[in-house]
Design a protein around this ligand. Structure first.
Ligand SMILES: *Cc1c(COP(=O)(O)O)cnc(C)c1O
Length: 433
């Protein structure tokens, strides 16, 4: 039934790689003015992370050099560009969230932010923190004892669990991560080594989430991190845009109508890429063009946006499996909240077959000496699709961007990788589908 209404759904159902241009894309000002959240909310999140910087610098030495900010480098990758799309005009950069401190993935933005915000709320209510305090005092035994009265729980296939579990346990919370059986063993081991309770479930990811939520709801002292509906997660991700803006300025890379910025981000449930996209549109408006990338078997956000059904439709409803080698992207149903928020902001999407994840992964390692996990490498379907597929050229033409493409910057958002053990990296490099 969905197929007949939307031709794109037929392509998705056939698990064919495709490009989709968002017919609802509006001018940024109009689209943003319709939303209940805005710049003040992102600024509030940024300021909160700044308050926690002294604590993070003290507790996680790897953040000290950046003054306690959890941030990743922006690096130009000309050799990858030559390997990927030699005729592509403009510059190609990688945003290396693969190297984010503490959790080694984009989840170190939203996930850690939500835990910190929850900790701040409790500590202020409990008289442990007062306005103007140096948050480094949260390293104390007293603070840890205080937080041990509370639990933080999350359901996760891996990376969200790593970020929530690690940060919660560091503060002293009882941290419980509910994981599906298919989650990587090394992720479970790593969490347990940090004092996190890892509970495993036979079914898929949604079974882990459902059980986690049930247990958390039954405990008044427990906070459940809701990957699908959390505004805090979303705003934590959105802060990335402000940091990126500073990095682009430092590199002398202009972003304006004559210097367009294209950003390609792998999408799972949507919070990470949605938050980043929202933050970027607030700063750059119509000069930034954000595309999501999803696997052909799990294009949940594309399906929700194209049909307008958001979280009311699952990829299994059109006969797809939802299964993919891209761990963080193996999601059948997108966040409805994120879908409605980016509905008029997103430029479009590209889908890719799993085999390409490994091609890009090898290519990136060979050309630039950079490692990113398979999910993250999906980002490279973006620049390739924009120049190789008819829809990409159509987008450039329809928006009058052709004269500016020589001055364009393209960013592949590499969403994870640093924590992948050496053995697993070797195995990824050897995969060929
Ligand atoms: C979680 C994740 C994503 C996608 O983020 P969502 O918020 O689920 O859309 C992309 N890449 C990696 C490596 C991830 O862990």
């Amino acid at each position: 039934m969905y197929q007949s209404d939307f031709p794109i759904v037929r392509t998705l159902a056939a698990a064919r790689e495709c490009a989709w241009l968002n017919p609802k894309l509006s001018d940024a000002k109009t689209a943003l003015s319709k939303l209940a959240i805005g710049e003040a909310d992102v600024e509030d999140a940024r300021a909160r992370l700044a308050r926690f910087a002294p604590y993070l610098a003290a507790r996680f030495p790897e953040t000290r050099e950046a003054g306690g900010l959890i941030e990743s480098p922006l690096r130009e990758i000309p050799r990858m560009k030559a390997a990927l799309a030699p005729d592509m005009p403009g510059r190609l950069f990688a945003k290396l969230d693969s190297d984010l401190p503490i959790a080694g993935s984009v989840k170190a933005r939203g996930g850690i932010y939500e835990v910190l915000k929850h900790a701040e709320t409790l500590a202020r209510e409990g008289g442990l923190l007062r306005e103007g305090d140096d948050y480094a005092k949260l390293c104390s035994q007293e603070a840890r004892a205080f937080f041990s009265n509370y639990a933080v729980q999350v359901g996760s296939t891996g990376n969200l669990g790593l970020s929530i579990g690690t940060m919660s346990a560091a503060l002293g919370f009882r941290a419980i991560v509910h994981m599906s059986a298919d989650a990587k063993q090394w992720k479970k081991d790593l969490l347990r080594a940090k004092g996190v309770t890892v509970l495993e479930y036979e079914g898929d990811y949604s079974a882990a989430v459902a059980e986690g939520r049930k247990r958390s709801d039954a405990d008044p002292a427990s906070h459940f991190v809701d990957d699908e509906n959390s505004l805090d997660l979303f705003l934590g991700y959105a802060v990335a845009a402000k940091r990126l803006d500073a990095q682009l300025k430092a590199l002398g890379v202009p972003v304006d109508a004559a210097h367009p910025l294209f950003v390609y981000i792998p999408c799972g449930v949507g919070g990470g890429p949605g938050g980043v996209a929202f933050g970027l549109k607030l700063i750059y408006g119509d000069s930034v063009h954000v595309f999501f990338v999803e696997p052909v078997q799990a294009p949940c956000m594309l399906l929700g946006l194209a049909t307008g059904l958001h979280n009311q439709i699952s990829v299994t409803d059109i006969g797809l499996t939802g299964k993919t080698h891209a761990d963080g992207l193996a999601v059948g149903r997108a966040s409805g909240f994120v879908g409605r928020t980016v509905e008029e902001l997103l430029s479009g999407e590209f889908t890719l077959a799993d085999a390409r994840l490994y091609d890009y992964l090898r290519s990136l390692t060979d050309s630039e000496g950079v490692f990113a996990e398979p999910s993250a490498c999906a980002a490279f379907a973006g620049p390739r699709g924009l120049f190789a597929l008819p829809e990409g050229r159509e987008y450039i033409e329809a928006r009058g961007l052709a004269p500016h493409m020589e001055n364009a910057s393209h960013i592949a958002w590499l969403t994870g990788g640093a924590l992948v053990p050496e053995e697993a990296r070797k195995a990824y490099l050897a995969v060929s589908l």
